[in-house]
Design a protein around this ligand. Structure first.
Ligand code: ADP
Ligand code: MG
Length: 672
């Protein structure tokens, strides 16, 4: 198996990404073309075997009191013998319309009685595709794994009762094999709660530790920085100045700074962080800036070098990324150790064991995932207690930020620099798609570039035959792979497209992003992985498929990928639903560019427990949970953590929970 899952535990925690729905069979007259469904009836005539262009086709006709449906199977001649007239059957598959008649290709066959008894109302898991492993095989393996594995309940009984949370083994069983939707929701509730709870519990422990810590370096304001600020090509906004004052205040005091710098896309966080880093350098210390990808690291490095070259400050910068050769790395390590570099900018590579800092005064992380809990721990192990600044472009509503970033103080940049050009928005229906593609082709002809965002990576493939009904089928979600083919057929041959999604390796993603940045790819078809901080000023179109399936805050982030250069930019949101709520939500975005306002509206409009809502936390890496969809659970988990640790900070009375937390800390350290 090429699962990358080495043990049973991993198998059980490889949660389904979709569920196959065994719905109630519909009367034939109500079947809708284009949708998948189940139909019940009898065959009034024997099925026939026909030959057509070298294929063997079995045809049959299903009837009920309300209508007739043609059924066709290709190259499955044996199916003819299993079909009998006069016996009730249920057929499942996608419904098509041909010459005014309804038909299903390769539907799956069930005896009606068996369907009602064993399948109806059930949900079967659909796992992320893995080469060489079929979904039915995975289902079987997971079923066995669940049987052979019992987890000891680690949540205190009292807490489970109070919050109405299911027992852990039952929850794990039901997330894979739910009895019905209600069962699935209850399982999901327990597992999401745990994700938040353990995360917050770990952060809380860290907060307690850090509170006692004294700063090793006090960073005093340096007048040379004033000159640097005066020489900038722009003046800082009020909000930027305030944030910088808060940072300076922290770093000059005796305690260790732990601050979140939160600001909308384009609000100018980088320069504030750079000022903090320069301040540290001028005090004879080193400062590190860590970005989540090579592309972003290089982007920051270039910016920093540009600013430094324009100034007379005696400060030098160095880039350190994983893709550098061993020799380049060794040289970088040496320059860091000898303090020949003051500002070190890079990816995770900056935390590698071989890196030894000299007087490390400040660590800045951009677009933080896991909020750096694990990274900060690791840094502490590197000796010293540097100040920490975490930058986030996700404008999280304050109520949630306080919980999620419970161990951090928060600075907010809530005003954009003036004089930004406005992005032109539109929300349209699917009939507008070709016009939008034409528009993209035109922009590309003018030399511009475009993004197209789809909610899925690939088509859901639940089984081998037919076209089964899954939740994402019901919502008819676009996927990156198929979309690229469709779009390539439409665009002139000269246009180069590329795809980007979360299941590509870091190197692959970086390669594609670099090609896009350098203009070798003109149209990038991508999932939401693209939302994090990428800056390609030449891109002027952001087209979002199934826009109604995304959270508003996330759409806002996506939109922030354009409007970064001198050309007019456009955001086209394709709404494929006809729901009134979807229209209202997208309308908010259509008429506002204020990320905090949008995030707050979003929170108000999204109901809790929307399982099939697209996860939109983006960089916040929870498996199942989503801070917006599950905001209520997040608050509960926050409350539970406070209550528990106030009474028993060391978890002395809950040894099983303590053990679980240790394991959790280890795994999150590993994946950081
Ligand atoms: P983000 O907060 O999204 O990381 P950046 O820091 O990348 O935003 O800033 C976006 C752009 O705005 C950069 O080109 C930066 O130089 C510019 N910028 C930052 N501050 C100001 C300001 N006060 N006035 C004008 N432009 C600014
Ligand atoms: Mg940024």
């Amino acid at each position: 198996m090429r699962l990358g899952i080495s043990d049973i535990d991993g198998l059980v925690h490889n949660f389904p990404r979709d569920y196959e729905v065994f719905g109630k069979p519909l009367p034939l007259f109500s079947l809708a073309p284009g949708k998948a469904g189940a139909a019940e009836g009898i065959l009034t005539k024997e099925a026939s075997l026909n030959f057509y262009k070298g294929m063997r086709i079995v045809n049959a006709y299903l009837s009920d009191m309300t209508g007739r449906l043609q059924l066709s199977w290709y190259n499955m001649p044996y199916i003819k013998n299993s079909l009998h007239t006069g016996v009730p059957y249920v057929f499942r598959g996608r419904v098509y319309e041909k010459n005014g008649r309804l038909l299903m290709y390769q539907p799956r066959v069930y005896a009606a009685e068996a369907y009602h008894r064993d399948y109806e109302g059930k949900l079967l898991p659909v796992y992320p595709l893995t080469r060489g492993v079929t979904n039915p095989l995975l289902q079987k393996t997971v079923r066995e794994a669940l049987k052979s594995r019992q987890e000891e309940e680690y949540l205190p009984e009292q807490l489970r009762k109070e919050y109405g949370l299911r027992e852990i083994n039952g929850a794990l069983r039901s997330i894979h094999f739910p009895e019905d939707e209600e069962d699935l929701l209850a399982a999901r509730r327990r597992l999401c709660f745990d994700e938040f709870f353990l995360f917050l519990l770990l952060a809380e422990g860290l907060r307690r530790e850090r509170e006692r810590e004294q700063a090793e370096y006090r960073i005093k304001p340096d007048l040379r920085l004033l000159k640097f600020m005066a020489d900038l090509p722009f003046s800082l906004t009020e909000a930027q100045q305030k944030a910088f004052r808060e940072i300076t205040g922290d770093m000059a005091a005796g305690h260790v700074m732990n601050r979140l710098l939160e600001g909308d896309v384009g609000s100018g966080k980088t320069i504030v962080a750079l000022l903090a880093m320069l301040s540290v350098a001028l005090n004879g210390c080193q400062a590190v800036l860590m970005a989540p990808t090579e592309v972003l690291a290089r982007q920051h490095y270039d910016t920093v070098v540009r600013f430094l070259n324009q100034s007379e400050l005696p400060v030098s910068a160095l880039l350190l990324t994983g893709s550098m050769t061993q020799q380049q790395k060794r040289k970088a390590y040496e320059r860091i150790r000898n303090h020949e570099a003051d500002l070190i900018i890079g990816t995770h590579a900056v935390f590698q064991e071989q890196v030894e800092y000299h007087r490390l005064g400040l660590v800045v992380t951009d677009e933080q995932h896991r909020f750096g809990v694990a990274q900060r721990e690791r840094l502490a192990e590197k000796g010293g207690s540097p100040h920490v600044l975490v930058m986030s472009a996700t404008p999280i509503p304050r109520t949630l930020a306080i919980i999620l970033y419970g161990d951090l103080d928060i600075s907010v940049i809530d005003v954009l620099p003036s004089g930004r050009q406005q992005i032109k928005n539109c929300v349209v229906g699917p009939s507008y798609r070709n016009t939008a593609w034409k528009f993209i082709a035109d922009e590309v002809k003018k030399g511009r570039q475009a993004y197209v965002v789809c909610p899925m990576i690939e088509k859901t493939q639940a089984g081998e035959e037919g076209d089964p009904e899954t939740l994402s089928d019901i919502f008819q979600l676009e996927n990156v792979q198929d979309y690229r083919k469709k779009l390539e057929q439409f665009l002139p041959d000269t246009v180069r497209t590329g795809v980007l999604h979360g299941r590509m390796s870091t190197e692959e993603k970086d390669r594609v992003m670099t090609e896009f940045k350098e203009g070798r790819i003109q149209v990038l078809i991508t999932t939401t992985v693209v939302e994090v901080g990428v800056d390609v000023p030449n891109a002027t179109v952001m087209m979002i498929e199934n826009a109604e399936r995304f959270g508003l805050a996330q759409l806002h982030q996506l939109r922030g990928r354009v409007g970064r250069g001198k050309h007019q930019s456009y955001c086209i949101m394709l709404n494929t639903s006809d729901s009134e709520t979807a229209r209202k939500r997208l309308d908010i975005l259509n008429h506002s560019n204020d990320g905090f306002f949008i995030a707050n509206q979003d929170l108000k409009l999204r109901g809790p427990g929307d399982i099939f809502g697209i996860r939109q936390s983006g960089s916040l890496e929870f498996h199942l949970a989503d801070i917006y969809n599950d905001a209520e659970l997040l608050q509960l988990a926050g409350k539970a953590v406070r209550k528990l640790t106030a009474a028993d900070p060391e978890l002395k009375e809950h040894p099983k929970l303590r053990e679980k937390l240790q394991k959790y800390a280890e795994t999150s350290r590993m994946s950081a």
